[in-house]
Design a protein around this ligand. Structure first.
Ligand SMILES: [Ca+2]
Ligand SMILES: [Ca+2]
Length: 507
């Protein structure tokens, strides 16, 4: 090869590498069942130390008004990975069940798919809970445990929607108690496992000797290993790290058992914080901080399995600012911590009170990588990049944000106003909807969150014009198949009405 040709080639290669290097690495850490009051830096009454999350808050931007798409696991995860509210899919309430097929539609552009298209290496390490195609004995797929060929390959799921790599325990409190790596199980789950009640886990089939305590440390170790490996390559990477904690099984590892002096749950929350710290440390150690966007958030509010009262007696307050908890339409169900760190782009210690949603992660990542989203994708997602760069931007990014309870009850949030189209919590806290109805409470609830953050004074009967406006917004968002500007898109099966919507069919 002539030296000139070689030099030109070398220059071209450098330029390709430089272009690739311009795309930031992206890490999305999604804790499980961890409400906004669970971070010490954001709640001075927490009573548990969270030094690593505190460091993120101080080093980046934290949002005080961020919401998960739903108050439970599966639908929020759908929204993170598609930028679309999960109630547009086949799932109108609840979660994907054991052995259920994939929820994310084939052919839909996803967050990992979009990044893969741009040359990213993509990995999901942790809890999936969005369904898989379980291999059936003799061929095909099944949704019945008894028909599954556990030596076969699980398809769809994480590998089917754009991840190059998956490692984890699909749902850690459910069978099978096995590791899944790229569709292969780590062994045949042929032992019936029974766990002590304090874990709060289901029993069922798994590998002999399975230890619930090993799950969180192992997915953390694998995430760190992934960062260590990918930091050495020229291609950018995307790591989605859906943590399994502090959801049940409440299983702090040996290193954390008794560390809080409060409860196993408090120990587990400390371990959760430590695991976030491990990932942050891996980014720093590899010298890639400047070019890595790290987002930490959680899929829904704190579960009552944390035992709020018992913790309160020991000086831990997990419900300082908001009403209700996991599963609810009340704020405690869906208001979550949302922290982003990206040195050079996000200034340290920035705060924003923009009302945002976890569905915004996809458009934010598109914006951060100069990717133009097609109209058929991320229909509810709005980029946060502008606010990352300038937290003083107060013009609302969203006209309104929609949240959803476990029973599929709708919340519309616009500015100070929040409407709940249900008479009670829409979830698990008191009063549940049936109780509320018995008590003769109004069918809907309207709150002024500025004056009444704890959702006590229902203004639904005194503010009919606000009620009409918020209901109209929901109707528009449903019928257009999107809440962002663009061409209308179909919901699942072209369905524009179902019983939880606050108007009559055909109205
Ligand atoms: Ca959850
Ligand atoms: Ca499992």
């Amino acid at each position: 090869m002539g030296s000139r040709v070689g030099a030109v080639l070398a220059a071209a290669m450098v330029s390709v590498a430089a272009q690739a290097a311009e795309k930031p690495n992206i890490i999305v850490i999604l804790a499980d069942d961890m409400g906004v009051d669970s971070v010490a830096e954001l709640n001075e009454k927490l009573g548990i130390k969270t030094p690593h999350l505190d460091k993120m808050v101080k080093g980046g931007i934290s949002f005080g008004d961020a919401h998960s798409g739903s108050a439970v696991c599966t639908p929020t995860r759908y929204g993170v990975l598609t930028g679309r509210y999960a109630w547009r899919s086949r799932l109108k309430s609840g979660i994907v069940g054991k052995w259920e097929r994939p929820l994310i539609e084939e052919g839909r552009l996803t967050l990992p798919g979009m990044l893969k298209e741009q040359g990213y290496d993509t990995a999901c390490i942790g809890k999936w809970h969005l369904g898989w195609n379980w291999p059936k004995k003799g061929g095909g797929y099944t949704q019945k445990q008894g028909e599954i060929d556990f030596t076969g390959t699980i398809e769809g799921g994480a590998m089917g929607c754009g991840f190059d790599y998956y490692f984890g325990d699909d749902v850690p409190n459910w069978p099978p108690f096995v590791w899944i790596e790229n569709g292969k199980m780590s062994g045949v789950p042929d032992t019936n496992l029974k766990f002590a009640a304090h874990y709060g886990s289901n029993n069922g089939i798994g590998l002999k000797g399975w230890k619930l305590e090993d799950v969180l440390p192992e997915i953390t170790r694998r995430s760190v290993k992934y960062i260590d490996e990918k930091a050495k390559t020229d291609d950018p990477f995307f790591l989605y790290f859906p943590m399994t904690s502090p959801h049940t099984p409440i299983a702090p590892s040996e290193q954390f058992k008794g560390k809080s002096g409060i409860s196993a749950y408090a120990d587990f929350l400390m371990e959760t914080d430590w695991c976030v710290g491990q990932v942050l440390e891996a980014v720093e150690r590899n010298g890639i901080s400047e070019n890595t966007l790290v987002i930490f958030t959680t899929d829904n509010g704190t579960s009552p399995k944390a035992k709020f009262e018992e913790l309160r007696e020991k000086g831990v307050e997990l419900q300082e600012h908001w009403r209700g908890y996991k599963a609810d339409a009340f704020e405690g169900g869906h208001r979550v911590p949302f922290i982003a760190v990206w040195p050079g782009v996000i200034k340290p210690g920035a705060k924003s009170e923009q009302t945002i949603s976890l569905v915004d992660i996809m458009a934010t990542c598109a914006d951060a990588t100069d990717y133009k989203l097609p109209e058929t994708a991320a229909e509810d997602s709005v980029s946060l990049l502008e606010v990352f760069k300038d937290p003083s931007v107060t013009k609302p990014l969203h006209e309104a944000v929609i949240c959803h309870s476990i029973t599929g009850q709708f919340v519309v949030r616009k500015g100070r106003w929040k409407i709940l189209f249900c008479p009670g919590s829409g979830g698990w806290s008191a009063p549940k909807d049936a109780q509320a109805k018995k008590q003769g409470l109004p069918d809907w609830q309207l709150y002024d969150l500025v004056k009444d953050p704890k959702e006590i004074n229902n203004l639904v009967n005194t503010n009919p014009e606000v009620v009409a406006e918020l209901k109209g917004i929901l109707k528009k968002y449903v019928e257009q198949g999107r809440s962002t500007p663009g061409a209308a898109q179909p919901n699942h099966n072209q369905q524009n009405w179902w019983p939880q919507l606050p108007w009559q069919k055909g109205e």
